[in-house]
Design a protein around this ligand. Structure first.
Ligand SMILES: *[C@@H]1O[C@H](CO)[C@@H](O)[C@H](O)[C@H]1NC(C)=O
Ligand SMILES: *[C@@H]1O[C@H](CO)[C@@H](O)[C@H](O)[C@H]1NC(C)=O
Ligand SMILES: *[C@@H]1O[C@H](CO)[C@@H](O)[C@H](O)[C@H]1NC(C)=O
Length: 456
């Protein structure tokens, strides 16, 4: 897609002459020059800081981190889907997020969202009054424990003196959810979710009345009980993320929800690696939401990067390991994982000068000044997963253009060394790295499948 065969041949010849670089990828520089982004420095720095905030939140779920970075109205870093709720159905956009479980939408005409709005464009909200199928989730309803888990319902539902009392009208207490950037709060509803060929009654969904920094509602696709796959009892779901070059263009690909694929059959051409469970679950419920995969080895330019093994496997406290998170833009790696990768790139890339000034400005590194080159080539980056599946990323999935002269590795890291594992996963595989990949979460067979493919 990104390189014609003659330049590939040229590259092959070139790499024979450069024994230090055993494998590289080449792409025309023009690929990295997005036409629609007005201020590339600000946009990249914004996406980088969002990814950092997201990583912080996943790793320190009990220490909420409220980012003050403004959300750019376009290209906010996530992928969204549209879902219909109610009778008659109301269509609402949601961010598709495999890193969380709750599903909520902006709700009522009085919805307030601070630092969310796209100037001149209202955030679409669900209107409860317009639906004949809506109910407020009752406090004694067992589904209320998905949001407020106290073993004793009477401490949750103080007004319900008798357990199982049908007369008790108390509602499930309001929720407050803190995300990496921003928050949302509201009341929990039971409503009908209308899919194109199926009605799902009694779906638990949040009616948010107040949010900060939320460009849209969120559809949690994680492993928790309140997520879409859990509530629908999906056997698997799959999607293909179209290239970030089409941000805000309205172009789309398909998210497939599979209700009854009962066979153990693999999808043709997909490579699979087992979905893993965090050993610390259920003691650390927040970690139980994530899809862990066994990333075992990373190679740069065909050479194995020396990553301390303990960062690749969650320990008995649940820290370490890798997750797949569609709600993260740039892949996050903790310092001890990222630093050897950074070193490998800076050692192997001899053709271009590093631009430390821009690295500091936008929070991505390494960045190289590729001015004056029509074609750029960089060492290959390959992820090797448990079971033998390999993901050789296309160059467009790990280098990003910042202005017309500089390209940067599209990954972020914590910036301090520690011999110890920090809270949460060490690696968060973000959506930027999954562009033009067909990915499948096979929940029935507990495996993650992928293959490179043009999504449109
Ligand atoms: C919106 O964000 C700006 C800058 O990030 C901040 O100064 C302001 O207080 C925020 N406003 C609200 C209502 O949160
Ligand atoms: C609630 O917590 C209890 C004990 O911590 C646990 O056994 C149970 O599975 C939890 N329920 C839900 C719905 O998460
Ligand atoms: C990249 O290098 C060129 C030539 O050396 C220089 O003119 C230009 O200012 C550099 N660009 C940036 C963004 O530093």
């Amino acid at each position: 897609m990104v390189s014609n065969s003659s330049s590939l041949l040229f590259l092959c010849a070139l790499s024979l002459l450069l024994p230090l670089i055993s494998s590289t990828s080449t792409i025309p520089l023009s690929f990295f020059q997005p036409s629609s982004i007005k201020d590339p420095y600000q946009t990249m720095s914004h996406l980088a800081s969002l990814s950092i905030a997201r990583a912080h939140h996943i790793k320190f779920p009990h220490k909420p981190f409220i980012s003050t970075t403004p959300l750019s109205p376009h290209s906010y870093g996530d992928y969204s889907i549209s879902l219909k709720f109610g009778t008659p159905p109301q269509s609402i956009p949601f961010i598709m997020d495999t890193g969380s479980d709750f599903v909520w939408f902006p709700c009522s005409k009085r919805y307030i969202c601070n630092n969310c709005s796209i100037p001149g464009q209202e955030i679409p909200a669900y209107i409860p009054k317009a639906s004949s199928s809506v109910q407020i989730l009752g406090c004694m309803n067992p589904k209320c424990t998905w949001i407020h888990n106290t073993t004793d319902p009477l401490t949750r539902c103080k007004d319900c003196q008798q357990p199982n009392s049908e007369k008790c009208k108390q509602i499930c207490p309001p929720y407050l959810i803190l995300y990496s950037s921003g928050s949302t709060s509201g009341l929990t509803l039971i409503e009908t979710l209308v899919l194109n060929n199926k009605k799902v009654p009694n779906f638990v969904v949040g009616c948010s009345l107040f949010s900060t920094h939320q460009p849209a509602g969120i559809a949690g696709f994680g492993r928790g009980l309140s997520s879409i796959p859990s509530q629908l009892g999906l056997k698997k779901f799959s999607y293909c993320l179209i290239s970030r070059r089409y941000d805000d263009s309205g172009k789309s690909s398909m998210l497939v929800l599979d209700f009854d694929s009962n066979s153990g059959k693999k999808t043709a051409l997909l490579s699979y690696t087992p979905l893993l469970k965090n050993p610390a679950v259920p003691e650390r419920k927040s970690l139980s939401v994530y899809y862990y995969v066994g990333l075992r080895k990373i190679t740069v330019g065909g050479k194995k990067v020396k990553i301390p093994y303990k960062f690749l496997i969650p320990d008995e406290h649940g820290n370490g390991g890798s997750i797949v998170d569609s709600g993260t833009t740039f892949t996050y790696m903790s310092y001890n994982v990222f630093e050897p990768i950074l070193k490998a790139f800076s050692q192997q890339v001899k053709q271009f000068k590093r631009d430390v000034k821009i690295e500091e400005q936008i929070g991505l590194k390494p960045c190289f000044n590729v001015s004056g080159h029509n074609m750029v080539s960089f060492p290959d980056l390959k992820f090797h997963f448990k079971g033998g599946a390999e993901m050789k990323l296309p160059l467009a999935n790990y280098f990003v253009g910042v202005g017309s002269e500089v390209v940067c590795l599209a990954m972020i890291s914590s910036n301090f060394y520690s011999s110890e594992l920090f809270d949460g996963p060490s690696i968060i595989l973000g959506n930027f790295q999954m562009q033009n990949y067909q990915v499948e979460f096979d929940l029935k067979n507990e495996r993650f499948g992928f293959r490179q493919q043009l999504c449109i």
